[in-house]
Ligand binder design. Structure first.
Ligand code: C2O
Ligand code: CU
Length: 542
């Protein structure tokens, strides 16, 4: 559908400087200081894989607030956990847990979540600020975790979420300049809004998908650890943080006993920079490994239209996929979830290849077939016919430890795109170098329509909010911007790039609440949740 792309500057008319020149100009202003010296890389102690039990996420309990809302509370605090056998590792957590507790919600039942900052100070003696972004959800601007809407230590903020869309979302820290460190230290967790009948082409198939104990969320994160168990945050001159110990739900390469039936896994790449490429292998008696396919059923923000069978599933930072694995034929065997070396990562350490082991037991009572049709997607042609304005182009430039968008660094006082409420727009992302950039656009749910260098994978054709752009690649997406008005961020989700300084903002309409309209308040917090103060304009229908 898309013609070939040129890799040069495609906007700004003839006065635009070449992007390298723009970079130099920005560097010259001192807006983006160059990084410090590059630390050398040390390897973590070897942790034998598949020896430690899998840890399911704990569901966070709620209390009713009136008849329409569920109230939750999470305290951000330091804790010590065991990652390296016999050692204690300091992590920064929600409620002491790594990863954070799981919020599991019913669609169209709102949440109010109180986040209390008890993180104190970092090693340099600086206050650890926070802000919370619920990634993939169209929140009002003041509840979207704007990078400058800080929760200082000894403060709290109540965030309101509508839960009007079902999918596997996640919450994480989003503080200006320190998102990479804060997420790496542990500030991330999953937030699932369950699909209801309306999400399916045929509601009768909903219950055929694996549920309850057969529906398992997984957060995959790579860390680097000293022999004493301390986490090492090394951003390699602001290029990326790559660990050589892979945690699944906080446990290095765990083992899970499963029954001989279908399971559904909701997987999030919750790392800082590392791209994952998941695959499954059956281990035979002679030690040989045989590939088996994953059946992908959902992408970032919703169900696919049909299950997609694939031998491997690429997951960039912040992307989510739901897939089904059928263990029916493998009673008595081990199935390995693996992550073969991917050359787009700066560090292809072989120890990141073994993610998890499923030990298949017998005893399944039933194994409903996978439905042939799943969700309802708007045809791309319909979306294309709604686009009124020109394609917007965003160039992701990286040179000498500085990452910019269209030659510009983050500036909270500048808006780079003004979008009509509920407009359907077509956006183009260009990587102008040898870097993979996972691009996340807040507020909306979008569709991938073109890649210049690699084919679109069939599982990428669903609803998405994060799109990886390969080195030297151009990617196009399309979608409706709403239902809220206001300022929203867009950035690279390699969190080191985001922090320095590959982030910008767009503004939908003119009437939205300012992103800092509901500032954090000092502790002690009152018993009741704070009521929203800013009244948003009437929503458009996105
Ligand atoms: Cu997952 Cu703007 O972030
Ligand atoms: Cu990037």
């Amino acid at each position: 559908m898309l013609a070939a792309y040129s890799h040069g500057s495609t906007q700004g008319g003839s006065t635009a400087l070449p992007w390298q020149q723009q970079l130099k100009t920005v560097l010259g202003t001192g807006k983006a200081p160059p990084p410090g010296p590059i630390q050398s890389i040390s390897f973590s102690p070897n942790i034998p894989p598949f020896e430690r039990p899998f840890r399911p996420m704990q569901v966070l309990p709620s209390q009713p607030v009136g008849s329409q809302l569920d109230g939750y509370s999470m305290t951000m605090q330091k804790n010590r956990v065991e990652i390296l056998p016999g050692k204690q590792t300091e992590v920064w957590t929600y409620n002491g847990q790594l990863p954070g507790p799981l919020i599991r919600q019913t669609k169209n039942h709102g949440s109010v979540v109180r986040f209390i900052n008890q993180l104190g100070k970092d090693e340099q003696g600086q206050d650890i600020h926070s802000t919370i972004h619920l990634h993939g959800v169209a929140s009002l601007p003041q509840y979207d975790g704007y990078a400058e809407d800080l929760i200082p230590p000894q403060h709290y903020k109540d965030y309101y979420y509508p839960n009007d869309k079902a999918a596997s979302f996640w919450y994480h820290d989003h503080v200006i300049e320190h998102t990479a460190r804060n997420v790496y230290m542990g500030l991330a967790g999953m937030y699932i809004v369950d699909y209801d009948d309306e999400d399916f082409v045929d509601p009768t198939v909903k219950d055929q998908l694996p549920q309850a104990e057969y529906d398992i969320p997984l957060i995959i994160q790579d860390k680097r650890i000293t022999p004493d168990g301390e986490l090492v945050f090394n951003d390699r001159g602001r290029s990326g943080v790559y660990g050589d110990v892979v945690l699944v739900n906080g446990v290095p390469s765990p083992r899970l006993e499963v029954k001989n039936r279908r399971y559904r896994f909701r997987v999030l790449n919750g790392g800082v920079s590392r791209t994952l490429n998941l695959a499954a292998r059956v281990k035979h008696g002679d030690g040989s490994l045989e590939p088996i396919h994953l059946q992908v059923i959902a992408s970032d923000s919703g169900l696919l239209s049909e299950p997609i069978s694939t031998p491997s599933l690429r997951i960039g930072v912040a992307e989510r996929y739901e897939f089904v694995l059928d263990f029916a034929d493998y009673a008595g065997k081990e199935i390995l979830l693996v992550n073969p070396v991917f050359f787009g990562n700066l560090d292809g350490n072989l120890r990141t290849t073994e993610l998890m082991c499923f030990q298949v037991a017998g005893g399944a009572q039933d194994n409903p077939p996978l439905p042939k049709k799943l969700g309802i997607l708007t045809p791309i042609e319909t979306l294309l016919s709604e686009v009124k304005g020109p394609v917007r182009t965003f160039r992701f430039d990286r040179l000498g430890g500085v990452s910019l968008i269209n030659g510009k660094a983050w500036d909270p006082n500048r808006v780079d795109a003004f979008v009509e409420p509920c407009a359907t727009e077509r956006w183009r992302f260009i990587s102008t170098g040898g870097w993979v950039h996972p691009i996340h656009v807040h507020l909306g749910h979008f569709r991938l329509i073109g890649r210049s260098r690699t084919p679109i994978a069939a599982y990428e054709r669903g609803m998405k909010d994060t799109f990886f752009v390969n080195d030297w690649e151009t990617v196009e997406m399309i979608g409706r911007f709403g239902p809220h008005e206001g300022k929203y961020m867009m950035h690279c989700h390699n969190l080191v790039h985001e922090d320095h300084d590959m982030m910008t903002q767009f503004q939908v309409g003119t009437r939205g609440c300012p992103p800092c309209a509901e500032p954090a308040k000092p502790l002690p917090a009152p018993a009741n949740f704070d009521l929203p103060q800013c009244v948003p304009p009437k929503e458009c229908m996105a």
